[in-house]
Design a protein around this ligand. Sequence first.
Ligand SMILES: NC(=O)c1ccc[n+]([C@@H]2O[C@H](COP(=O)([O-])OP(=O)(O)OC[C@H]3O[C@@H](n4cnc5c(N)ncnc54)[C@H](O)[C@@H]3O)[C@@H](O)[C@H]2O)c1
Length: 358
Amino acid sequence: MSDFIRIKSSQKNYEVVFNKDIFDVLNVLLREDTFFVVDSKIYSLYFKHWVGIDALDKRLFLIEAEEKNKNIESAQKLIENLVTGGIKRNSSIVAIGGGITQDIVCFTASILFRGVPWIFIPTTLLAQADSCIGGKSSINFKSVKNLVGTFYPPDKIYIDSIFLNSLTKDDIKSGIGEMYHYYLYSSSDLAHKLHLMREEIFLDRSLLIEFIRESLTIKKKVIEIDEFDRGERRKFNYGHTFGHAIEALTNYRINHGQAVTIGMDLANFLSYRLGFMPESDYSFIRALLKANFPEASFSDFSIDDYCNLLNKDKKNVNANLTCILSRGIGKLEVRELELNIQNRSLISEYFSTEYSRK
Ligand SMILES: NC(=O)c1ccc[n+]([C@@H]2O[C@H](COP(=O)([O-])OP(=O)(O)OC[C@H]3O[C@@H](n4cnc5c(N)ncnc54)[C@H](O)[C@@H]3O)[C@@H](O)[C@H]2O)c1
């Protein structure tokens, strides 16, 4: 039996549908005036031998889902291909892939003819548990991640856990990082449950559906009251300001959700050392987050380079860093942090000792 979560948005209400056979969905979409934009890896893994693929003919476009391709040039190329392929303003685009495919298609769909309907079939845990709702598109510009973007929700989202089977352990950890940031925002019991079930989840990915539903339910409540990120939704930047700079510094070798995991731990460390968060909370949350860190070490970089990247963060409104600090589970706050000598040395201390501490 399929079930769904309905999201209210000022642009259009839309649904996330769970437990529907994805090939049944595609067979229906195939008959419409639809254009498919598919992550090339997903195409090879799941769709190459699907009988419907021939019917797509000139309506199928593949995307190489790499961070360096999440830019305006890719959107421009996609527009060219779609227009050459005969897309009209009442056609639809079906995007199948993770957050990169989503960001490129969402951005393109939002500007082509001032808006073409689009449907999203997320294939990574991160995209299923987080990015698929909320309507944001984010495109990198030069060295700055997610500098350009729009708000343009899809018309429908279909979630099928079958795609999670081909993800690596680090891909799953990336999604878990984003799920934790919702659970720690709302003090969900699932934060601890997820920690206890980690090994089981790696073996049976269908167990993740309960956790995906919880993340989306938490996110839904906030985006429905603050769709355009002016108030409460800003707290979802927890771990992201510090995480984006880690992604950029490592040239995206560390994936998004694991960079966010380190980012949340650093935000908690600063909160604890600046006197906001009790040490007991810091240590408790640290145990959950530490299990989700990347295997590869991350410490051979200059703190000046790291702080320069923080300074460039698009959420800063003045010389200070706008970031999310925490007073404990469920108690996040938007704060301005001066990147003065004292705070720089705390960040340096975190990476030289705390980050690698058992
Ligand atoms: N728009 C938003 O609201 C939002 C929110 C969070 C993150 N993001 C963005 O999402 C991006 C990260 O996305 P992501 O982590 O979902 O993945 P991704 O799109 O970056 O893909 C990562 C890799 O996984 C592969 N892949 C995708 N699905 C797979 C599957 N089922 N099996 C095997 N391999 C698969 C891709 O081909 C790629 O090699 C970042 O650019 C981030 O900034 C956007």
